[in-house]
Design a protein around this ligand. Structure first.
Ligand SMILES: Nc1ncnc2c1ncn2[C@@H]1O[C@H](COP(=O)(O)OP(=O)(O)OP(=O)(O)O)[C@@H](O)[C@H]1O
Ligand SMILES: [Mg+2]
Length: 131
């Protein structure tokens, strides 16, 4: 899938949300500015969440009513740190977890995560692969 704007990435994510089941954990791979947070905005919309989605960079995780847990692990140093902060419990809850920078906590991720890779092609074009 190639998108040509943040809006198109959100629209794709909104559709992708329909493929998810309760308790799914989605890893969002992609460099800084790839569009991971834009993807989460669409995902939330697709899950019927009306709150504004903001980047949880400082809080590590934002909880949208137990329906969606949005992680940004950029500033986490290890899986052990995530564990100590109690961030891992939600991986086994009923809501959907979506995780940016999951590579920083790789050793505490559950099995059977879904992955979405977003690659910058140029200023406004992104390639999105989901597996
Ligand atoms: N096709 C596109 N899809 C998504 N975002 C796009 C696209 N084209 C341009 N953009 C812009 O790229 C930026 C993506 O920012 P976003 O915060 O979603 O990135 P991120 O991957 O979450 O980065 P970080 O790792 O810093 O959290 C936004 O400014 C958005 O408007
Ligand atoms: Mg982000």
């Amino acid at each position: 899938m190639i998108t040509e704007s943040a809006q198109q990435t959100q629209a794709f994510a909104e559709e992708y949300a329909k493929t998810l089941k309760k308790g799914d954990v989605v890893l969002l791979r992609g460099e800084m500015g790839a569009g991971k947070t834009e993807f989460v905005k669409g995902l939330a919309k697709g899950l019927g969440i009306e709150d504004e989605i903001t980047s949880p960079t400082y809080a590590y995780m934002n909880d949208y009513d137990g329906k969606l847990y949005h992680y940004d692990c950029y500033r986490l140093k290890s899986g052990a740190q995530a564990e100590a902060l109690g961030l891992c419990d939600y991986f086994y809850a009923d809501g959907i977890c979506v995780i940016e920078w999951a590579e920083n906590i790789e050793d505490v991720l559950p099995e059977n995560c879904k992955t979405v890779k977003i690659r910058k092609l140029d200023a406004n074009r992104r390639e999105i692969l989901s597996e």
